[in-house]
Design a protein around this ligand. Structure first.
Ligand code: ADP
Ligand code: MG
Length: 470
């Protein structure tokens, strides 16, 4: 029988040796969660916090771990694992029984399948992919050449090309589109792959709900069975630095990365500007960081042509060129303008001319002197858009049209002027979780490609944009 101090010393030697051998980030990261418990009759018992670390150590790193322990103990030993729950380094609570990860099936390329990707299978509450967001619909240009090529490489060889892949760029430049294109392509190539698309906001919301309803084990087990994890707009999680949400994201990220699952993340800013814990930020640097830039005029025109064709809009090249010249910063706004001009022309029975397009875009700004952009302005705009009273939009009625307008207004406060959930809550006299729920609802509608909601938002966003630049 070895004394506790001897066992501790041998363990430290073994860990040092393992680190020296460079088995990779997964071992370096998780070995701190393993504790030596006892040594008896040539059996070393190690404590691990959960089934996940158990599997990692007893399967993936069994051989080097064993060899290092033999050497450190000066004799051949047998290694036993015991799940002991929390270790201080692990950071948050586990329910080991529910954590047994799904076996990782080797990925076999398959003939192309045309079924739509349903990322919500097996009760997994991820969002469905927008069927329009494919590589085929993604117009290439100098502004997106590199991220596009990298995304195609990732789709072809998930977890082998770049992992994680971090895409950042301004609002409406195609981050979500590109990320979902990877999902579509990977689904075609590997139909058995479990793909989960989730926005940072939805992740946050799911996490909070699961905590409240005491369903964390469920939450974890589901995320850990994912092969391709698409996390959109991660800045919403970064804004929760130091909270359980961030810790849970970190944990999920580590668990998936260590088991060789592909992770793709988008953000409106580069990792170094996110308020994340340093450890998490440095994880992003293991992979590939790439940005989408604002498109040049030629690309803007090509996007308009493609979109007009897709939607069967008969607009002249002259009108499209005018739009490409005027709307510069966001492809989402560009598309909003396109749809607006087309709708205007078809409603009025006129053919769309540059004059009509100009008129139509001017029409976006309201009032003589635009009021400053604040939550009150947003509520006003939303109310006008839906032909409702601002007071009712802020009010308590559960009437469906009012609820929708209210949710859209909250979402815009968040997206367009960056209000915090708390500020929005104060303005609408709702609690924090209601605001979060509303924002998530709208984000879900957008991700689903809900025409009513995305149409309203496109119009409202361009209106806000006009006010901003006026
Ligand atoms: P982000 O997530 O960066 O805010 P999205 O991915 O939602 O932006 O893109 C906004 C809109 O612009 C979407 O309708 C998308 O299809 C379109 N879009 C963006 N980039 C391209 C592109 N290169 N080709 C075609 N459409 C694009
Ligand atoms: Mg997006």
């Amino acid at each position: 029988m070895m004394s506790e101090t001897d066992l501790g010393r041998a363990w430290r030697t073994a860990v040092q040796e393992l680190r020296r051998q460079h088995h990779g980030a997964a071992l370096d990261m998780w070995i701190d969660d393993v504790r030596p418990l006892a040594w008896h009759d040539g059996v070393v018992r190690l404590g691990v916090p959960d089934a996940f670390v158990h599997e990692l150590m007893s399967e993936r790193f069994a051989q080097p771990l064993h060899a290092a322990l033999d050497a450190a103990c000066g004799r051949a030993v047998t290694v036993e694992f015991r799940i002991v729950g929390e270790t201080p380094a692990a950071g948050n609570g586990h329910s080991p029984a529910a954590l047994v990860p799904a076996p990782t099936a080797p990925l076999q390329p398959a003939p192309a399948a045309s079924a739509p990707v349903d990322t919500s299978r097996e009760g997994f509450s991820a969002l469905p992919l927008n069927p329009r967001f494919t590589f085929e619909n993604f117009v290439p240009g100098p502004s997106n050449r590199f991220p596009r090529a990298a995304a195609e490489a990732v789709a072809k060889a998930p977890a082998r090309a770049y992992n994680p892949m971090f895409i950042y760029g301004g609002v409406g430049l195609g981050k979500t589109h590109l990320m979902q294109a990877v999902g579509h392509r990977a689904h075609q190539l590997y139909p058995a792959m479990h793909i989960a698309y989730v926005s940072g906001e939805t992740f946050l919301h799911q996490f909070v709900t699961c905590i409240r309803e005491d369903r964390m084990a469920d939450f974890r087990a589901r995320y850990r069975s994912v092969d391709l994890w698409l996390v959109d707009d991660i800045q919403f999680i970064a804004s929760r630095a130091g909270t359980g949400t961030e810790a849970e994201f970190f944990h999920t990220f580590n668990a998936l990365h260590a088991t060789n699952k592909q992770i793709i993340v988008t953000s409106d800013r580069p990792p170094k500007e996110l308020l994340f814990d340093d450890r998490l930020r440095s994880r992003f640097e293991w992979g590939l960081i790439t940005d989408i830039k604002p498109p040049d005029e030629e690309t803007r025109l090509a996007i308009l042509q493609k979109r007009a064709q897709e939607e069967h809009l008969a607009l002249s090249d002259e009108v499209l060129l005018y739009l490409a010249q005027v709307v510069r910063d966001s492809i989402r706004l560009l598309e909003g303008a396109l749809l607006k001009v087309a709708a205007y022309a078809s409603l009025s029975g006129e053919t769309a001319t540059v004059a009509l397009a100009r008129e139509c875009l001017r029409d976006y700004s309201v009032g003589e002197r635009p009021p400053a952009l604040d939550a009150a302005t947003i509520v006003e705009l939303v109310a006008r858009h839906f032909r409702l009273e601002a007071g009712d939009v802020r009010g308590k009625s559960r009437r469906a049209d009012l609820v929708l307008a209210r949710q859209v207004a909250m979402y815009l406060c968040r997206e367009a002027i960056g209000s915090s959930f708390a500020d929005i809550g104060a303005r609408f006299e709702r609690d924090h979780s209601t605001v979060m729920h509303s924002c998530t609802k709208v984000a879900e509608c957008l991700a689903r490609g809900d025409a009513a909601v995305s149409g309203a938002l496109a119009a409202l966003q361009s209106e806000l944009e006009q006010q901003r630049s006026a």
